[in-house]
Design a protein around this ligand. Structure first.
Ligand SMILES: Nc1ncnc2c1ncn2[C@@H]1O[C@H](COP(=O)(O)OP(=O)(O)OP(=O)(O)O)[C@@H](O)[C@H]1O
Ligand SMILES: [Mg+2]
Length: 461
């Protein structure tokens, strides 16, 4: 990614528009006066809306929902007799009680300023070109991510199905992090950590610490000092290893293997998983203390099913990646239909592979037509059932295309099947089997990028 250019300029004056449906005129006038004195500019085309309402007004929630369709809405209650949760559910982004004091007017001005800063980042070309999506579900997730990246230093847990963009989002969060100087992003894929070498992987080792330790090695936490540590597939981390990481995540202190010297590292932690760790924690398959340390802020990325509006835009984006100098070819109606209604078990990764397969077959400058779609990607004939097998086939094809070997895929499928059986039998995820159960084989994800393979954390500049 190129350096982010929308750096901290002097924040512009906060702007908003007041919608006063139902509230008494004199109260709305008082709000207008108070906000203007706090420096808020009231403009009809401002993105932020303030809906002033009387808590007794039964139409307030409906008005909020309508206003939220065209931007962010602050619900301003004229008295403290309101169910804030219900207003948030109705679409408000924040709820404030108006008491007429300058303090509350300044609080609203600050809130509007923050919204403006986040929206400006969300709309900057840098962010728009890095993570594609315009659907409300995607924009809402990205808005939370931008806010967490820019305005907090919390540990971030990114969840979402496979291929929804978790790793890419981690890169964006690192990039938007305003720390200066800021060092690199270090990526460690927890599914590839061998338990016996985990100490060295995470904390590094001294020369001679164990047989084969011929040189000093910096571990992931040390490498990430001044930057970001991305623990990918954190749900695969065995419970015993989770316990070993508690101190370094909480205090930033650790010892290299073979050393008695405490070292310090300051890093932002980002973790990602496609598992439901909150549920696993409740069932006892994931440590609570570890969970609460890594989940300072949780971001959930929607699947492609939840944002079909983004499919065409993503397809064009992948066309541009292949041929940056050409306008992406238009899609004929049947191809557009296929793209919209197909299953994407691997989400954006799946769509990307399909787009590449189609683009490589397409010739000339005309639209993409049915003949450009490879045979195995075409829709099933009516009555032909290619459901489950078809999904597995597409998944395996994509993984093979990404360089995974048959042995690796076989091991992965076997381990996943084992985990599911174990969970079904015990109502608990892997590692929680009863006495006498065979030990769960460690799931080995084949990382997407060559730089992540093999032993060790992979630094990114
Ligand atoms: N919104 C997006 N815009 C552009 N490209 C995207 C987007 N989301 C994902 N991608 C691309 O899709 C592929 C998969 O994304 P990524 O590796 O970030 O997913 P993931 O959620 O980490 O997947 P997994 O759970 O399998 O590790 C990558 O090639 C990534 O660049
Ligand atoms: Mg990933």
């Amino acid at each position: 990614m190129t350096a982010l250019t929308t750096e901290t300029r002097r924040p512009p004056a906060p702007t908003a528009w007041i919608e006063a449906g139902g509230a008494p005129d004199d109260a709305v006038q008082a709000v207008r006066g108070g906000l203007t004195s706090a420096g808020v500019r009231l403009e009809p085309n401002a993105r932020g809306r303030i809906v002033v309402f009387d808590p007794d007004d039964p139409g307030a929630a409906a008005r909020l929902t309508a206003a939220a369709a065209s931007g962010r809405v602050l619900a301003l209650a004229l008295r403290d007799a309101t169910d804030g949760w219900e207003l948030l559910r109705a679409g408000a982004s924040d709820v404030v009680i108006w008491d007429g004091t300058p303090d509350v007017a300044h609080l609203i001005a600050d809130r509007l300023r923050r919204w403006h800063a986040v929206d400006e980042l969300l709309d900057c070309p840098h962010v728009r070109d890095f993570l594609i999506g315009e659907s409300p579900a995607w924009r809402a997730a990205l808005r939370d991510a931008v806010e967490a990246a820019r305005f907090t230093n919390s540990a971030v847990l990114i969840t979402g199905e496979s291929g929804t963009g978790k790793e890419r989002l981690a890169e964006l969060i690192h990039d938007l992090d305003p720390r200066r100087p800021k060092r690199k992003l270090v990526i460690l894929d927890c599914s590839t950590v061998v338990p016996t070498l985990s100490g060295s992987e995470f904390f590094g080792h001294e020369r001679g610490a164990f047989t084969g330790a011929s040189t000093v090695r910096e571990g992931a936490f040390e490498l990430a000092d001044g930057g970001t540590l991305f623990l990918d597939e954190v749900g695969e981390l065995p419970v015993t290893l989770q316990a070993e990481l508690l101190r370094v995540i909480q205090e930033g202190t650790f010892k290299r293997v073979g050393s008695n010297v405490w070292r310090k590292s300051r890093f932002r932690l980002i973790c990602a998983t496609n598992r439901d760790l909150a549920a696993e924690r409740e069932r006892g398959g994931f440590r609570s203390d570890f969970y609460f340390r890594i989940a300072g802020c949780t971001l959930h990325l929607p699947s492609l099913r939840e944002r079909p509006e983004d499919i065409a835009g993503l397809f064009r984006y992948f066309c541009r990646q292949v041929a940056p100098d050409r306008e992406p070819p238009p899609l004929s109606e049947p191809v557009r239909d296929l793209l919209l209604h197909r299953d994407y078990p691997g989400n954006v990764r799946d769509l990307r592979s399909l787009a590449l397969r189609i683009i490589h077959r397409h010739l000339g400058s005309g639209p993409i037509t049915v003949g450009d779609v490879p045979e195995h990607d075409r829709p099933a004939r009516p009555g032909e059932d290619r459901g489950g097998d078809r999904r597995l086939e597409l998944y395996l094809r994509d993984r093979l295309a990404a360089g995974s070997s048959v042995d690796e895929l076989t091991a992965e499928v076997r381990a996943e099947a084992f985990r599911l059986c174990s969970a079904d039998r015990h109502g608990a995820p892997n590692g929680a089997g009863g006495p006498g159960e065979p030990e769960e084989p460690h799931r080995h994800r084949v990382p997407e990028k060559a730089s992540l393979t093999g032993a060790g954390a992979a630094p990114r500049g």
